[in-house]
Design a protein around this ligand. Sequence first.
Ligand code: ATP
Length: 239
Amino acid sequence: GPADAVLSVLDLTAGYGAAPVLDRVGLDVRPGETVALLGANGAGKSTAMRALAGLLRPVDGAVVFDDRRVNALPAHQIARLGLILVPEGRQVFPELNVVENIRLGAFGRGKAIDPAEIERLLDRFPRLRDRAQSRAGLLSGGEQQMLAIARGLMAHPRILLLDEPSLGLAPAMINALYATVAELRDEGVTILIVDQMAALALTVADRGYVLEQGRVVASGTAAELSGDKGLEAAYLGAA
Ligand code: ATP
């Protein structure tokens, strides 16, 4: 991939058993870019995110992060280098309160937590401020998604991987979340985002890749991919 990429994925093959889900996937993300990984249900988007984060060991290929090949590293070391996954389904700790969940994001980054940083995150997500002392398990799905993103930001990501942030959320909540993603992009956070709602993801992305049955079948700027009616019908599903 290009020398200036934060993340370069080369011929990545990965899966769960005999048949690989991902077949020689390649993609690059440069500093400050927001890149969308698109595709229908089951195309392999979450599998790719898990493989990049070290939660699933690639069978073949390379994941190069900040010029370092990371695909043999355990997930916690990859996270420590700054590749931070906000997983599908949020996965907050339901018994811990909102602030405790946020603080956990700093675990492993090796710096003391500045209380002002937590304040800034609560400013960014006012709904979380209102519920700062509530157990995370009591939050709505959208609030849990905000919490998962806040926790990810607490890790000081070099790249933030967002897996299906809109999953199962009401339209108003999806709009609020995407407004936050757009803000993060504008602030220069480097983002790789997966969403089944392709048109939505392309509203915040600079570029995108389309996965079909584990292969990259198209890539381009967000404008190119948005304007491609054939792609929309064939791969992206209804948006
Ligand atoms: P979705 O939006 O439904 O999550 P996706 O594009 O993210 O779709 P994946 O979740 O990566 O797709 O799934 C790709 C393929 O891998 C599917 O055929 C799925 O059934 C299979 N798969 C996913 N997780 C596992 C698992 N833990 N064990 C076995 N097969 C799995």
